[in-house]
Design a protein around this ligand. Structure first.
Ligand SMILES: [Mn+2]
Length: 281
């Protein structure tokens, strides 16, 4: 057996070689915020290019991908969000979204929670993204806007990988009692225990969205991103989380954001993102 079952949980489980179909949404938007995400527009195509070198995933599942291009306007975030909303709302089944900067998760989540009232979100990120309150949100304040606009209940949010924050962000997380597995928690508890705990919680939600800011991973493994934050997850650890979380039936949408090919080293980061797409499929 490749994956262990999640005790008591409903799982998606494929043993041996099989084929699945998956929609891949390309959202090459990097126009939000203060420009740290610039370059992320190149990520979707770069990641797809890297996927050509990967065949079956580790569990033996192959996948037919259907690519969908979402039109973006780098100087107009509202227009871009409208396009994202339309594209994600049209999805009927599980899909993977390739950003783009982290601001895209706002419109994706808006569409997702409309389809799945009461849905939650699991976010891998080195940062809480709760500093300012711009609306529409940038990658700096995604979380704050999700909560303030009532798109997600604070107790249906789980953050993983946090290791840098501001005072405002710390206060926000505490005030709203948002569940956070900081890097230190992950180190002390161990990845398996944390993953078990996360799954135990999210399987009780009607549905959940998985958002992976690649900066949750240590820059040693994923240097191609705008904010380098030492002390993150290893590539193996993020792969492990993906392999297990995707077993939950109520996982709906997933995104991988903040991959920045112009800042990358030998396409390491795009390659890792490509690997995550395969393991999530
Ligand atoms: Mn981040």
């Amino acid at each position: 057996m490749v994956y262990k079952y999640f005790e008591g949980g409903e799982v998606f489980y494929n043993q041996g070689s099989s084929f699945v179909a998956m929609k891949l949404l390309k959202i090459p938007f990097d126009g939000a915020g203060f420009g740290k995400g610039r370059g992320a527009r190149e990520a979707p195509n770069k990641i797809i290019e890297q996927m050509h070198d990967l065949f079956l995933n580790e569990a033996g599942t192959g996948c037919d991908y259907q690519m969908i291009d979402v039109p973006v306007n780098h100087t107009n975030i509202e227009e871009t969000n409208e396009n994202i909303l339309k594209a994600v709302s049209a999805l009927k089944e599980r899909a993977i979204i390739l950003g783009g900067d982290h601001s895209i998760t706002y419109a994706c989540m808006k569409a997702f929670t409309k389809q799945h009232p009461g849905a939650g979100i699991v976010i891998f990120d080195a940062h809480p993204d709760a500093e300012n309150m711009f609306s529409p949100p940038t990658q700096e304040d995604l979380l704050i806007v999700l909560v303030k606009e009532g798109l997600v209940a604070p107790d249906r949010i789980i953050l993983l990988g946090r290791r840098n924050w501001t005072e405002n962000e710390m206060r926000f997380l505490q005030e709203h009692k948002i569940r956070v597995y900081h890097m230190l928690d992950i180190q002390e508890m161990g990845v398996e225990t944390v993953c078990d705990a996360v799954m135990e919680t999210v399987r009780q939600w009607p549905a959940f969205y998985l958002s992976i800011d690649i900066d949750a991973v240590d820059p040693a493994f994923a240097p191609g991103t705008g904010y380098l934050e030492p002390g993150g997850l290893t590539s193996r650890e993020i792969i492990y989380f993906c392999q297990r979380l995707k077993l939950l039936k109520n996982l709906g949408m997933m995104d991988i954001v903040e991959v920045n090919p112009p800042l990358d080293v030998r396409d390491m980061t795009s390659k890792l993102a490509a690997k995550l797409v395969k393991e999530l499929s």
